[in-house]
Design a binder for this molecule. Structure first.
Ligand SMILES: Cc1cc2nc3c(=O)[nH]c(=O)nc-3n(C[C@H](O)[C@H](O)[C@H](O)COP(=O)(O)OP(=O)(O)OC[C@H]3O[C@@H](n4cnc5c(N)ncnc54)[C@H](O)[C@@H]3O)c2cc1C
Length: 152
């Protein structure tokens, strides 16, 4: 594996998630994979996402709630005079889990709070009820998660 290595320390994996700005959410609809970038928040082994109630990802998730996600930080291409010696530096996380649409109003607010806090502001927040009701808040209960770093 060279200078690439798996990160096994859960705290280090959580640290990557706490820094990452977005994640890529991979969905599976019968034979066709589908992937979307999403803003997210992480707390207590769960990922929180928000979205409008319609669209392809929502349709796919309703048919198949099993998801995979990936997030990365500190990414950089390390160039060299010899292109065969180019390298990529990164820290990343890949996880698998089950997506659940939160229906309870307070749970939705809790999810939106985790998401909002991920981007630097400290709650509690005032969310307008009609906006909370209009939105989908998705909780991914993480079943498995690995970290990896390379180029450091
Ligand atoms: C950095 C980043 C952060 C984002 N954060 C969020 C978030 O927090 N919540 C959220 O709901 N969305 C977010 N988005 C947008 C998200 O990636 C999707 O575009 C959006 O959620 C609509 O998905 P959908 O499946 O409903 O698309 P639909 O409107 O149903 O898409 C129809 C078709 O349009 C194409 N398409 C859809 N999205 C994209 C795209 N992003 N780029 C290119 N083609 C596309 C696909 O071919 C798709 O089949 C983010 C995007 C980026 C790049």
């Amino acid at each position: 594996m060279g200078n690439q290595k798996l990160i096994r320390d859960p705290q280090k994996i959580e640290e990557i998630l706490s820094i990452a700005k977005f994640l890529r959410l991979a969905l599976s609809d019968a034979e066709t994979p589908y992937i979307v970038s999403m803003a997210f928040g992480y707390k207590d082994n769960a990922i929180y996402l928000h979205s409008s109630r319609e669209g392809r990802k929502i349709d796919v998730l309703k048919r198949n709630p099993r998801v995979c996600f990936e997030a990365d930080i500190e990414t950089e291409v390390l160039t060299d005079d010899d292109p065969c010696k180019y390298n990529v530096r990164y820290r990343s996380v890949i996880g698998h889990g089950q997506a659940k649409f939160l229906e309870d109003y307070n749970e939705k607010v809790e999810g939106l709070t985790v998401l909002s806090e991920h981007y630097g502001k400290k709650g509690p927040f005032e969310f307008e009820a009609w906006k909370v009701n209009r939105l989908c808040v998705i909780k991914i209960e993480i079943e498995k998660m690995t970290g990896k770093e390379s180029g450091f």
